[in-house]
Design a protein. Structure first.
Length: 364
């Protein structure tokens, strides 16, 4: 059964939605109250194309929060689990943010523009409202706003060659998790060497929607020789490469330590960030949880099933982001559970339609 999505102030299109439609988008999800394409030709066809060529993605659903002022780093020391006191201009920092109980609010990407100026690229949440709430009782000299930016991602093995045609050879010098201003059509835009795939790629941050459409058209024109297609974040590629999605694989009910993100929490720093006390307590006393890759053999056609995981007869969790992996020729998903549940990995099964299937477990 097909359903039609009615756009409103609650659910918004992007400057590129019409272009996505013209290129045959077949499905959307809603991310930050904004449309995000999920399938074009098919999940599997999109997957194989991404692995071999290059794709242009509309990821304007990624919202950007601007923090600017002499107290910008002070504010970040309160809201970010990661110590950013030595953040360098032109570098991106993966930075979890938590509430007072250590619950994960967002796994953000913090971009240091300069000493007193930062962008925070957020996944699906109302982080902007939370930050403004934190500021209420703080007398800080800092300006916070949600910037009106549309973002395009160029992902795939041919991403560098394609972008070189547009920006010149200087793009070759951009290191992973770095960003820089590049000129496109006589205007400057930040381009970061980041993206939600493991195939290599970049993200372009565009402040003028009309300019965004011109850049889209330019990328499509130059991308013809590289077999460019319009695509999107691919669920199969994401899961095979262990890329977690906030809201799907981890939520506010999980801490960074539950999701193998503890390494990004600066518990030894001098900064008393929100949630630090709870995270210290979890690290020392537990409960000790972690996230695992689960692989198993089962009949084809189970992608939409709810899959529970058992140790002997005890339920130990539910799988998220279930896919059939062409790379491993098995079903694959993620499981958050207590560490003691998987010390002996021989007695763990998934239950599907009253049938049990033995699994293999891999650490992140």
């Amino acid at each position: 059964m097909e359903y039609k999505l009615t756009l409103s102030q609650r659910i918004k299109s992007t400057p590129f939605t019409t272009r996505n439609e013209l290129n045959g988008v077949k499905a959307y999800t809603v991310y930050n109250k904004t449309l995000l394409p999920t399938i074009f030709e098919s999940l599997i066809d999109d997957y194989y194309h991404l692995l071999e060529y290059v794709q242009l993605w509309d990821v304007s659903c990624q919202k950007i929060i601007q923090i600017k002022g002499i107290d910008a780093k002070h504010l970040l020391s309160i809201i970010s689990c990661r110590d950013l006191s030595n953040a360098q201009p032109g570098v991106c920092y993966y930075s979890p943010m938590t509430n007072s109980k250590g619950g994960l609010l967002n796994d953000t990407l913090v971009m240091c523009i300069d000493e007193n100026y930062f962008w925070i690229s957020i996944s699906d949440s109302d982080l902007f409202l939370w930050i403004t709430g934190v500021l209420v009782n703080l007398k800080l000299k800092v300006f916070v706003e949600e910037k009106d930016i549309c973002t395009l991602a160029i992902q795939g093995p041919n991403a560098n060659a394609l972008l070189r045609e547009i920006t010149g050879d200087e793009i070759d010098q951009l290191r992973f998790f770095n960003f820089k201003s590049f000129q496109i059509k006589n205007k400057n835009y930040y381009i970061s060497r980041t993206g939600f795939s493991k195939q290599g790629g970049y993200e372009i941050y565009i402040e003028n929607h009309n300019n965004g459409k011109k850049i889209w058209d330019l990328i499509v024109q130059e991308g013809f020789k590289f077999n460019l297609k319009i695509g999107t974040v691919n669920l199969i590629e994401r899961v095979e490469n262990g890329l977690l999605s906030y809201g799907n694989d981890m939520t506010i009910n999980n801490t960074p330590f539950d999701c193998s993100l503890g390494k990004y929490c600066s518990l030894e720093s001098n900064y008393d960030f929100i949630g630090k006390k709870s995270l210290l307590n979890q690290k020392t006393k537990g409960p000790h949880k972690d996230i695992y890759k689960i692989l198993f053999d089962a009949p084809i056609g189970l992608e939409d099933e709810e899959v529970e995981c058992f140790k002997e007869e005890k339920k130990i969790g539910k799988l998220t982001s279930l896919i059939f992996s062409p790379k491993f020729n098995k079903y694959m998903g993620f499981l958050i559970t207590r560490v003691e549940n998987v010390l002996n990995k021989e007695d763990i099964y998934v239950k599907i339609r009253r049938n049990f299937f033995k699994v293999s477990i891999e650490n992140f």
